[in-house]
Unconditional design. Structure first.
Length: 109
């Protein structure tokens, strides 16, 4: 499942949703967050849920990304971003060689 970054946990302990999502957009991102919670209580289905970096940018695959679980992957400046090409590569990697069965994961530079 491809979700959003809103449920990722920031260093403050709050979610991206709580600190970085404008009020008028919060309703739009609640669905994937609720689905993640439902999946976490699922007992029979093997699932994986990817939350892209909060800053999803245009760009091709570089293959130079890093993976994480519940916290955004950040660069040396504290920025969390990923290109659509590398997001697609991370998803395909998980399909071909699963590492996050029954887990959420994230990707960033």
């Amino acid at each position: 499942m491809v979700g959003g970054a809103a449920s990722l946990i920031l260093p403050s302990g709050k979610r991206v949703y709580d600190e970085n999502i404008p009020e008028n957009f919060k309703t739009a991102v609640q669905g994937p967050m609720e689905l993640l919670e439902e999946l976490r209580s699922e007992t029979e289905l093997n699932w994986s849920f990817i939350s892209p970096a909060p800053n999803l940018i245009a760009g091709d695959k570089t293959g130079r990304f890093r993976l994480g679980e519940d916290h955004p992957v950040t660069d040396e400046n504290g920025e969390s971003k990923i290109s659509v090409g590398d997001l697609a590569a991370a998803i395909l990697d998980e399909i071909e060689k699963p590492q996050f069965i029954r887990k959420r994961f994230t990707v960033g530079y």
